[in-house]
Ligand binder design. Structure first.
Ligand code: S3P
Length: 178
């Protein structure tokens, strides 16, 4: 098996978590999973629809249940988490005990320029509130993470290579590929 344990990607919206997880999975011969997409499939609703129906509380509850389920699976996965995963202390515990946590660091302004469809992100409203939310969460991402990779001004290729290297150094990816 190319992965010795789960890898969780955390970071603000637009950090590139899903793209980087997918890319590393492909080159390492592992499986990646996007938590938001998984939730949408399991609920038969989009993330904005879940927010409309039960607000952020409902979404966070589903998110925690899903995280617990995925963290407990037998096959290790590269899991990209929603940007708000660190808002619940119990999630940070699940992340820390469930594998290696990678923080992809992005600030709100660069994130805004990367996200083309903001309507799919109910919590990315105006840039001012995104900056505040990002500042509030940065210490929580750091608390959860085993290591951080800054993404500002870097290509997906470079970010993926840097993360892969760090994961190999730690013995989390154990085959020399990609
Ligand atoms: C959220 C981020 C989104 C999604 C939901 C809430 C957040 O995921 O989980 O809209 O609170 O930051 P991405 O980080 O993948 O955009």
């Amino acid at each position: 098996m190319p992965l010795t344990q789960n890898v969780f990607f955390v970071g603000f919206m637009g950090a590139g978590k899903s793209t980087v997880a997918r890319r590393i999975a492909r080159s390492a011969g592992a499986t990646s999973l996007d938590m938001d997409k998984y939730i949408e499939r399991a609920c038969g609703k989009s993330i904005p629809e879940i927010f409309e129906e039960g607000g952020e509380d409902l979404f966070r509850k589903i998110e925690t249940d899903t995280l617990r389920e995925l963290a407990g699976r037998e096959e290790p996965l590269l899991i990209s988490c929603g940007g708000g995963i660190v808002m619940r202390p119990e999630n940070i515990e699940i992340l820390k005990s469930g594998g290696t946590v990678v923080h992809l660091l992005v600030y709100a302004d660069e994130a805004a320029s990367r996200i083309s469809d903001k309507s799919s992100r109910p919590l990315f409203n105006d840039i001012e509130s995104a900056r505040e939310l990002c500042a509030l969460r940065l210490p929580l991402y750091e608390e959860a993470a085993d290591f951080t990779v800054a993404t500002g001004g870097k290509s997906v290729f470079d970010i993926s290579r840097e993360v892969s290297l760090r994961l190999r150094e730690r013995g989390v990816i154990c085959r020399q590929q990609g």
